[in-house]
Design a protein around this ligand. Structure first.
Ligand code: 5GP
Length: 189
């Protein structure tokens, strides 16, 4: 029988570079897959593709899925709903894949409650100033959104003790190596 995969829950403030590091780590690791979340946020032009970056749902569709218990967890983040489709995650784990959820802190803590074997990994910026610089340089958000995201980032950084592992993203190379080491360590345990 195939060994069940590991559930890896990755969080960290917007702009910390989780996506870049994960993409780079996935190129070097076998047996990994991403969970694609559902969200009610508007797609970002030229960046988001429905069914690839997220499943973009109306608030009504999202509410229906909540009532049908389709989500492993869901949360309101920066004013929009986000949720992890449960069945796909369980299916991939049962097929021996390690599944990465890139979700916020509230969602991560909810997953840990429901699935205590899940490993929580926090991506931290080298400093708050650097995080602000990266967030602004993306150029995808307006000023009020950036302020909201920085406020949330401070709250999220205070939850770091609840995580099993921490990766400081000082450079993509270092953070990728650190993440790969963590995955290998989890696979051995
Ligand atoms: P963004 O809109 O910038 O793609 O994501 C905003 C935040 O929502 C990020 O912190 C991201 O990790 C979080 N997020 C994305 N998908 C989910 C999800 O399925 N559940 C929860 N709880 N948070 C999510």
């Amino acid at each position: 029988m195939k060994k069940r995969g590991n559930l890896l829950v990755v969080s960290g403030p917007a702009g910390v570079g989780k996506g870049t590091v994960l993409r780079s780590a996935f190129e070097k690791l076998d047996g990994m897959c991403y969970s694609i979340s559902c969200t009610t946020r508007e797609p970002r032009p030229n960046l988001d593709i429905d069914g690839i970056t997220y499943y973009f749902l109306t608030k009504e569709d999202f509410a229906t899925r909540i009532s049908q218990n389709c989500f492993l967890e869901y949360a309101v983040v920066h004013g929009n709903f986000y949720g992890t489709p449960r069945d796909k995650v369980l299916h991939d784990l049962n097929n021996g894949l390690d599944v990465v959820l890139e979700i916020d802190v509230q969602g991560a803590l909810m997953v840990k409650q429901k699935m205590p074997d899940a490993k929580l990994i926090f991506f931290a910026p080298p400093s708050e100033e650097e995080l602000e610089r990266r967030l602004r340089s993306r150029g995808t958000e307006d000023e009020s959104t950036i302020k909201l995201r920085l406020k949330n980032a401070r709250w999220e950084m205070n939850q770091i003790d609840k995580y099993d592992y921490k990766v400081v993203n000082d450079s993509v190379t270092n953070a990728t190596e650190k993440f790969i080491d963590i995955v290998k360590n989890i696979r051995r345990s």
